[in-house]
Design a protein around this ligand. Structure first.
Ligand code: FO1
Length: 311
């Protein structure tokens, strides 16, 4: 069963890892958000690509979900000692990937080719693709004006009040090579439990992406459980945009794109309202506490997808 997963951030990477455990490597393609990418210290940083790859490779820092396990901070300490900006925590091993990616991008290599080679180096058997080889930058329109994503998310700890988002460059960012083919061949597309506003929306903003999904069975896993986000600003953003954060709000957010929505046991009472949207709910324990939990949820999503008939 060929699957495509849309992912960004730590939560998305966890379900991507579950799907990676559940499927033959050749049956999984992960399309990753690049709207969080930014130029920093003269480097091009791709946090969601690295978070997905480190997680699948078993290299990710288990406490934070991002960066490398067991990393050290000598370079960043030395940088700070001479007055450099150390607000974005880049570990020594992590820096190795950023240096090589930046070197190859400057040499003209496409991000998708670099990502493919990193996957080989990190022994990742499935295909991991950036949503586009062209840059897309999420701009957060806030009560403090426009903020680059990492300024908002890390430097300001997502405190600014969100008014909206723009995905700068998306209109000139075609899907990366292989993305549309993978979707066309897929029997199921899964929106991992990533932030709908800043992880999944940028992927959907890539020209042709929504159209590619119209004939597909698509399932979203809600990142909002019990009215809260498991990690990050998703619930706060819904609230600031005047929407009560809930699994139902996520289903409504994806209405017209998805046939199924996986929600937490805490949100079982919303299943009827989700079904009334024409979206099939699956109520389960949607929290992935460990590697086995990721595999369990992934298997439930795949079984759910098998049962769904493209209406
Ligand atoms: N997130 C933080 O909250 N603080 C950091 O210092 C930080 C550093 C960092 C370095 C590399 C990387 O790949 C991710 C990093 N993240 C950090 C996470 C990142 O900002 C977010 O994971 C994504 O951009 C959105 O999920």
């Amino acid at each position: 069963m060929k699957i495509v997963a849309f992912a960004g951030g730590v939560g998305g990477a966890k379900l991507a890892d579950g799907l990676y455990q559940a499927l033959a490597p050749e049956d999984l393609t992960i399309v990753v958000n690049t709207g969080d990418d930014f130029e920093h210290l003269g480097l091009t940083i791709c946090p969601d690509l690295d978070t997905v790859c480190y997680t699948l490779a078993g290299l990710a820092n288990p406490e934070t979900g991002w960066g490398r396990a067991g990393d050290t901070w000598k370079a960043l300490e030395a940088l700070a000692a001479v007055g450099g900006p150390d607000w974005f925590r880049l570990g020594d091993k992590d820096l190795g990937a950023h240096l090589e990616r930046s070197r190859r991008l400057a040499a003209g290599d496409p991000l998708s080719a670099i990502t493919r080679d990193f996957c080989v180096a990190w022994d990742i058997g499935c295909v991991v693709l950036p949503m586009s080889d062209q840059p897309v930058r999420t701009i957060v329109e806030s009560d403090e004006g426009d903020l680059a994503f990492q300024e908002y998310f890390v430097r300001r700890r997502f405190e600014p009040v969100v008014r909206g988002f723009r995905f700068q460059g998306a209109e000139a960012a075609p899907p990366a090579p292989g993305v549309l083919d993978a979707i066309a061949e897929a029997e199921l597309v899964v929106f991992c439990p990533s932030n709908p506003w800043v992880s999944i929306a940028p992927i959907l903003a890539v020209p042709g992406m929504r159209e590619a999904l119209t004939e597909k069975a698509v399932i979203a896993v809600s990142p909002i459980v019990g009215g809260a986000a498991l990690k990050g600003p998703a619930a706060k953003i819904y609230q600031e945009l005047g929407i009560e954060p809930s699994a139902l709000a996520v289903a409504e957010h994806y209405r017209g794109l998805v046939q199924g929505c996986v929600i937490g046991n805490q949100d079982a009472a919303q299943a009827g309202a989700i079904e009334a949207l024409g979206i099939m709910p699956l109520v389960t324990d949607s929290i992935m506490r460990d590697k086995a939990g990721r595999l369990r949820l992934a298997r439930e999503v795949l079984d759910f997808g098998q049962g769904l008939r493209k209406s």
